[in-house]
Design a protein around this ligand. Structure first.
Ligand code: NAD
Length: 459
């Protein structure tokens, strides 16, 4: 009998529309095989001493650092990320993530709890095989937010990158094995979410799914996982608000606003795509915003000067364009190259009401809506009037107001007079339909371990 032909997946370069690579496409049987390898590798991996596991994570960090520029170039080409503005920084974050979680194996502390008749103690046990499902917008960074704490806690892994951007995850597997990670501990399978992803979610030997992606797919994964009470963490969509009060440093707020939404061409779950501005300063804010948007350098991701690249696919560009049908409300429009590539210019719509589709749905592209508000209570009401709760910003020079508003906004990650969202050392995740659980920081480890309580009688 002739061997079945291996199906191949074409991986594209969004700035050129050319094929960048062809990789073998996994099917459900390949997912089963990867899960079986991870299951077989688990007993030995959980038995590796904490110090040795820590040293291995440091070796992986060093090996990634040694290939930093090559990985940055690959990510820039495959995801259309500006090399200097984004891709190099993301690979540096990957290195930091492994170094940070290298501190974890020796610090997975338990408690002793006073009880009668003996000693009570808790342990943080690894879960077993964990299934990691990753989107295309920050391919290797989001992969490693999951891989590093999962390994640190003693789990083995089946990892499914997005079909559009699997190249750096495949490199990671090779790099990790080269650095000494035992075969079978990290298994990358590239295939369709509906086939490979669902097989992972439904498989009885997978203890947990850590998913980052759309709220729609997250909901489906949550439903499927509930059938076997499988652990899940979900990092989902967002429609984050930046609140600009009249007492803010408007120059600073306007200068920072473009990259808070147009960074990664708006394909960022933390994009501040709703810019809420106190009505009395809307005109002034738009005046200041205009040159900042017009000045954004959109173009070749491999050019060090580029600040914004293309969208990931033609479909994504068409979807984004569908939100901008009324030209009269385009308050500001930046530039984008002509010719091949999935380009869309940075676009600001104003004024927008929070009831409109552009203000309610995650656009995942370079389109921002400026929404006027009347006062502090109105700003909080509008900011919270969304199914999402991932990020947000507050711009004001009144410190008491900043903290009051920060406590009132239903969102997982907020910044005051800044638009930063993610740090390796601090927890990241969503309220409401933006997700369940936290990644990064010390808290991620809670989601890769199960708490065990042991009582030992001493009488
Ligand atoms: P997506 O949900 O379409 O896909 C994400 C991953 O899930 C991919 O690997 C895909 O193959 C897989 N998948 C698809 N259907 C599946 C199924 N039925 N079962 C199992 N797996 C399945 O998302 P995307 O388009 O790749 O990414 C964009 C979305 O990700 C946006 O909504 C964005 O907000 C979100 N996101 C969230 C965060 C966060 O941390 N909260 C970070 C980045 C992106």
């Amino acid at each position: 009998m002739a061997a079945a032909t291996q199906a191949m997946l074409s991986v594209f370069e969004p700035a050129t529309e050319e094929i960048l690579a062809e990789v073998p496409e996994a099917d459900a049987e390949a997912a089963d095989a990867a899960i079986a390898r991870a299951k077989a590798a688990f007993p030995a991996w959980r038995g590796v001493s904490p110090g040795d596991r820590a040293r291995l994570l440091l070796r992986i960090a060093d090996a990634i650092e040694g290939r930093h520029e090559e990985l940055a170039q690959l990510e820039a080409r495959n995801a259309g990320k500006p090399i200097a503005a984004n891709a190099r920084g993301e690979i540096s974050t990957v290195v930091s993530t492994f170094r940070y979680y290298a501190g974890a194996p020796e610090r997975l502390l338990g408690d002793t709890i006073p009880v009668a008749g003996g000693v009570d103690m808790t342990f943080r046990e690894p879960l077993g095989v964990v299934g990691l499902i990753v989107p295309w917008n920050f391919p290797l960074a989001i992969t490693c937010w999951k891989v590093a704490p999962a390994l640190a806690a003693g789990n083995t892994i089946v990892l499914k990158p997005a079909e559009l951007t699997p190249l750096t995850a495949l490199e990671l597997e090779r790099i990790a094995v080269g650095a000494g990670l035992p075969e079978g501990v990290l298994n990358v399978v590239v295939g369709p979410g509906r086939v490979v992803g669902e097989r992972m979610v439904g498989h009885p030997d997978v203890a947990k799914i850590a998913f980052t992606g759309s709220t729609e797919v997250g909901r489906r994964i949550g439903e499927m996982a509930s059938r076997s009470i499988k652990r899940v963490t979900l990092e989902l969509g967002g429609k984050s608000a930046s609140l600009v009060f009249a007492d803010a440093d408007l120059e600073a707020a306007a200068a920072a606003a473009p990259l808070a939404v147009f960074d990664n061409a708006g394909q960022d779950c933390c994009a501040r795509s709703r810019i809420l501005v106190e009505r009395s300063v809307v005109d002034r804010f738009l005046e200041l915003l205009e040159p900042a948007v017009q000045g954004l350098r959109v173009g070749d991701p491999l050019d060090d000067e580029t600040q914004m690249g293309p969208l990931i696919t033609a479909d994504q560009r068409d979807r984004v364009a569908s939100y901008v049908d009324d030209e009269s409300r385009v308050a500001i429009r930046g530039h984008a190259p002509d010719g091949p590539g999935f380009w869309y210019p940075p676009t600001v719509l104003a004024p927008v009401s929070n009831d409109e589709r552009v203000a309610r749905e995650e656009i995942f592209g370079p389109v921002a809506a400026v929404i006027p508000f009347e006062d502090e209570a109105d700003a909080i009401r509008i900011a919270n009037d969304t199914i999402y709760g991932l990020s947000g910003s507050i711009w004001t020079q009144n410190g008491a107001r900043a903290l009051r508003v920060a406590r009132a906004i239903e969102t997982g990650t907020l910044s005051i007079n800044s638009n930063s969202s993610v740090r390796v050392t601090t927890p990241f995740g969503g309220f409401k339909q933006s997700g369940i659980g936290r990644e990064l920081g010390p808290h991620a480890l809670d989601h890769y371990t199960e708490l065990k309580n042991v009582f030992m009688a001493t009488t």
